[in-house]
Design a binder for this molecule. Sequence first.
Ligand SMILES: *Cc1c(COP(=O)(O)O)cnc(C)c1O
Length: 429
Amino acid sequence: MTTTLLPGHPFLRYENKALHLEGVRLLDLARRYGTPLYVYSRAAMLEALAAYQRGFAGRKARICYAMKANSSLAVLQLFAQAGCGFDIVSGGELARVLAAGGDPATVVFSGVGKTRAEMREALRAGIGCFNVESEAELEVLSGVAESMGMRAPVSIRVNPNVDAKTHPYISTGLKGNKFGIAHERVLATYQRAAKLPGLHVKGIDCHIGSQITEEAPYLDAMERILDLVDAVEAQGIRLEHIDFGGGLGINYDGETPPAADALWTKLLARLDARGQGERQFMIEPGRSLVGNAGVCLTQVLYLKPGEQKNFCIVDAAMNDLPRPMMYEAYHGIVPLDDSASAPPRVYDVVGPICESGDWLGRERELAVRPDEYLAVLSAGAYCSAMGSTYNTRARPAEVLVDGHTAHLIREREAISDIFRTERLVPAGP
Ligand SMILES: *Cc1c(COP(=O)(O)O)cnc(C)c1O
């Protein structure tokens, strides 16, 4: 047997030219469940989590999985069983945590636009902390909690004004962003929070962006947060925890982000040096726990050679894989069967949707024929979760691979499900 590894994707490899995720041949899954199909590796998710757990060994720390990256119930179940809490951004996500058997006490609730109804649901469920993002939200939350005879546990999300050096749409810690409370308002906001009768001040948090591939933005943000912690506590307001958010990047196209354990070993040394090493820490990683644990399988429908470009038209589209359209993002694309029976050619890989923005990869050399299958790599984060039914395309099925076993964790949506809640108007006279 010949084995070929895919650099940066330790749980994917070719065995005798057939792509495997863990011990499962992906061609078999594509044939059994159809395409497009998301496939996730349990071991890859647990290994990504283990890197953080190693970094935090011996510390009072909670890893809250930022579930908007991939909120499939079986994925949440896996992380809950592995000891994670959850970072949620809506009442819908809270419902998913509860449905997956997660402990609400481990949940932190982020987001700039929490509604009163969402606040009530979260208080009723007994979540661990609200990460409050504005002074107006603070007042509303206090009122909602008071009306329920409760005190809401709160942390204030601080905008540390550091440049995460990532795509503008996923940079969140700069002054011009809608997220968090501006540095100069933080002290006043804590003083107000400490006086509001419906609140219990618990901590401080930040989240500076996503797909961060350098350690410097984290170090900068940490210094600024620690300065604020000192200033807030000097006012007699005790902070039990510091939550440093998520954002660590992954390898899509040869990026080399720091490993989670190395990054956190370094950051924690800095915290120790400032006498803060004994605090309760939280982090909110999303992409780095799931991104490279998943692939999206797709079948080639047509090859369309042209004067300027060759198109490889596949059955997955921007509704399944929105990142290229949204951020011009790169995903690796490789064949499931690497025996290269067709001559190699350079293609734009595109989906069937009626939009020129519907592309998955540009100028990729592929040796494929119609009906053959491809895998779109790094599809575990912000793909299925961001998917839509645009063009009335049903959402794909999802499979979780564990060693040699494949579990169907989401059935392919039926077309009738897509318009189940729609109504025709009564017939006219
Ligand atoms: C999206 C988000 C995260 C996770 O970001 P990743 O880049 O996926 O790690 C964490 N915290 C908050 C508040 C977020 O909005």
